[in-house]
Design a protein around this ligand. Structure first.
Ligand code: SF4
Ligand code: SF4
Length: 484
């Protein structure tokens, strides 16, 4: 982390002080204010700004402070944006003038990969809402085939909040008519603390068994992370991992081991994903996020890690910002990107860039990218690429990229919903992007992106690529001293 004063930075970059203040206010320079008119920012943000201005950062005199970067600086910053998403009303549109700004230009429809499916598109969605065709909208399956990707919003010149509209339509449907297993997963999570209903004792036994395996694999002294009081980081878990792919849990464990991190997994209410977001069930969403907050207090942890860049990141951050902003004074919240980059840049973990020689690309999850940029004022584009490039320097970007990247087709709950044909159809854009890039390895920061590309698009579109999570890429690149 770097400590700066506005005047000092303005002089060094050759711009006016107000320019720096505007950057901070707009989120272009994500700095957190400290006492004495000083600001704190991450090494990567600072490096990016220097790069933009063609400045040799090594020539600048800077004050560095140890510690992980905080996301708390952003939490609450755009609280109003989050609140606006769901007005407290039982009707679809609390304010009928909501869609007046829509010019019916069709920009949203041309950007939407499933426009035309079921004879629907986002422009029609808006018109139906404005015309009060609420019953027809609630009866339609189309809002459940939408991946909440936000491409339509990005194309809209009038700032119409289409994702919020779809979210609202979903939330107003009778719970018995929520497609697929999503609502059952929400109920299971409320009852048993995870979407798949894994009994508490089974989960704890599995983690303890796997901790012993880590020792056998050469991770000397590795201990079960369950309920470690006073740990720095609390790591929520995606229940599909203990349920079906338990070895995938070890990627984070290896990174924490190499970093010498103090961390824990709670024995109860450890679910990292929140299907309440997918089903528009705000009450359940809030309860599930609240349980993570309770775990932070129960285990006296200092930092909550949002465990991916997909909907776990977005839903938890949305819930924290909307209902628990007061609690954010008592603990930090950190993204995987801030944490991994901090470990790498501070030398806490060492990376061997020769392990991944294939041409490698990165697919931006909509949630930590385009949607995060819009709602929270910052999208994790550069940080993710910096991490991937450290591990796999032979890098190529997809086109389009960053905030304009395409959804994989499995977002918004689509991976779990019974609309496979539409999901695969939607994924044609991602498949084409990957094929055109020539990459042999695709890195994903979201569980659904990874599963959709690895388990579905590869087969459906004959893609010859490997797929890894970004944290898996880092774990596989670790330089360690032991015999593992
Ligand atoms: S959010 Fe994505 S899938 Fe849904 S309407 Fe908009 S562009 Fe289409
Ligand atoms: S892009 Fe915006 S203004 Fe144009 S039709 Fe879609 S919602 Fe309306």
């Amino acid at each position: 982390m770097i400590v700066i004063r506005i005047g000092q930075l303005a002089d060094q970059l050759g711009v006016h002080r107000n320019t720096i203040r505007n950057w901070i206010r707009s989120g272009r320079l994500p700095a957190r204010s400290m006492s004495g008119k000083r600001y704190l920012l991450t090494e990567s943000d600072f490096t990016r700004i220097c790069h933009e201005f063609g400045i040799d950062r090594s020539a600048l005199k800077l004050k560095h402070v140890p510690g992980a970067p905080l996301m708390s600086r952003e939490m609450g910053l755009l609280e109003e944006n989050v609140r606006r998403l769901n007005p407290p009303s039982g009707r679809l549109l609390a304010d009928p003038s909501w869609g007046d700004a829509c010019m019916t230009c069709g920009g949203c429809a041309s950007a939407c990969p499933i426009a035309g499916v079921d004879g629907m598109d986002p422009r029609k969605l808006v018109r139906m809402a404005v015309l009060g065709l609420e019953e027809d909208l609630l009866a339609s399956q189309w809002p459940w085939k939408c991946t909440l990707c936000g491409k339509c919003e990005r194309a809209c010149p009038q700032g119409i909040e289409l994702v919020a509209l779809v979210h609202r339509v979903r939330g107003l449907r009778d719970r018995a008519r929520v497609p697929g297993p999503l609502h059952k997963g929400v109920l299971m999570c409320l009852e048993r603390g995870n979407n798949l209903g894994i009994p508490g004792g089974d989960f704890v036994s599995l983690v303890e068994e796997m901790a012993s395996e880590m020792v056998e694999e050469g991770y000397e002294g590795f201990q079960s992370p369950i309920d470690v009081t006073g740990a720095n980081i609390l790591l929520p878990v995606n229940s599909k991992e203990p349920f079906a792919e338990p070895d995938d849990m070890k990627h984070w464990w290896k990174i924490f081991y190499a970093a010498g991190e103090s961390w824990t997994i709670p024995s109860i209410n450890w679910e990292g994903v929140n299907w309440g977001y997918f089903t528009g069930d705000e009450r359940s969403l809030r309860t599930i996020v609240g349980r993570l907050v309770e775990n932070m207090y129960r285990l006296e942890c200092k930092t909550l890690l949002l465990p991916d860049g997909g909907h776990s990141y977005f839903a938890t951050r949305y819930g924290l910002t909307r209902w628990f902003s007061q609690d954010l004074k008592n603990f930090k919240v950190i993204s995987i990107f801030d944490l991994l980059l901090d470990y790498i840049e501070s030398g806490r973990i060492k990376i061997d860039p020769s392990r991944h020689r294939k041409l490698t690309t990165y697919t931006d999850p909509c949630n930590c990218g385009r949607k995060s940029l819009k709602i929270f004022g910052h999208g994790y584009f550069d940080e993710a690429r910096a991490i991937v490039r450290k591990c796999a320097p032979n890098f190529v970007d997809l086109y389009p990229t960053g905030a304009d990247n395409y959804c994989c087709g499995a977002g918004g709950g689509a991976w779990a919903m019974p609309f496979k044909e539409e999901r695969v159809f939607y994924g044609r854009f991602k498949a084409r992007q990957i094929e055109n890039s020539g990459a042999g390895l695709v890195v994903a920061a979201c569980h659904n992106c990874r599963d959709q590309i690895m388990k579905s698009l590869r087969k459906e579109y004959d893609l010859r690529v490997d797929v890894k999570y970004i944290w898996e890429l880092v774990a596989d690149s670790l330089v360690t001293n032991g015999n593992h």
